[in-house]
Write a protein that binds this ligand. Sequence first.
Ligand code: GLY
Ligand code: MN
Ligand code: MN
Length: 432
Amino acid sequence: MRYTPISGQLFAKNRKKLAAKLKPNAIAIVHSNDNMPISADATHPFVQHSDLYYLTGIDQEESILVMYPDCRDNQVRSFKEILFIKETNKEIAIWEGKKLTKEEAEERSGIRTVIWTSHFKEVLKPLLFEAEHIYLNTNENTRDIITVETRDDRFRKWCMEQFPLHNYQRLAPLMNQLRVVKEPEEVEALKEAISITDKAFRRVLNFVKSGVWEYEIEAEIYHEFIRNRSRRMAYQPIVGSGFNACVLHYIDNENQCKDGDMLLMDFGAEYANYCADLSRTIPVNGRFTERQKAVYNAVLRVQKAAVDLLVPGNNLIDLNREVGKLMESELIGLGLLDTTDVKNQNPAQPLYKKYFMHGTSHHLGIDVHDYGKRYQVFEPGMVLTCEPGIYIREEALGIRLENDILITEEGPVDLMKNIPVEVEEIEELMHR
Ligand code: GLY
Ligand code: MN
Ligand code: MN
């Protein structure tokens, strides 16, 4: 195991919270991810489904969770919670290495009834005939552009065909309610992901100079992640110099960094399935020009003011509106917008969007764009990014600064406050 497993108590607590939200006499069924195919017999590296992980801590394919809190158990074993895992044997161990034993799966998840996945349907059927409601999992992300079927999707088709007269319920809204507020163990995992990300950024500050290639920087980041027990990038990293920094989802990272250009990097480490999400923008040659510094400090001022808005009671819509106003006045200060034009602008299409075209924040957790709804009121325990940017295509200059913030009763806690961001600090570290 590359990461230190999170205590099974977290996952037991998560299931208890879900059980409390289910209707009476209901069963919930959640599947792991597939091993995603490439072609021939090749697969992508396995990444667990965030819901299955959240409820079980199991990081293995072909795993299924069945929760039936109102199940009337027989004397022999409890079916209130069942974890199905892929059977392991000597042959599998020779080819694939170690898979979880039933004892390990019990320890990891806190679930006492662990059964091989090959017995899933025969165990499930009699339980379903007792239950009235069936909760199934669907992807309710508003930006969902996924075209492949998940195991949850395939199971849903089978289940609804086999058991057409049950009451079917959506699991996704409940998972949203639970996952949006983080438990302390989750915040700890996020902090570790952030600490690894911090190390990688400092390594990059040492490495970057005129003439390096964007992919060389990506390699430095990856090197630091892996040696610190992260298994992967939390998402495809963006390493874009010059004009590339203005391409919001630039991930080719294939150009040479030129003297005088700024370099925008957006990357984060995964740790124990939790994602860090950092953006920093630095001068390739280690010194900001006056113009670069002016734009950079405008973004930094907006970021600092926006962090202060990440407090209980606020929400994403109002946050974006406020940040839009801050951005507007900074863009006027930079000579990019005209005061009169702003006064006369169509409020539905504010002019600042020409230079700042994305939202300020998103929830962060096991998914980098984690569960959380647009109008959901901020509560203590939520973790959001704060990532304003100014992208001036005509100047081939793009700057984004992104920190990860924990909302608390006492105010926002910047989990990335130790990661260098001030102009003087960046210049100093790049010239050591
Ligand atoms: N790295 C993805 C994002 O910042 O939303
Ligand atoms: Mn982000
Ligand atoms: Mn990011």
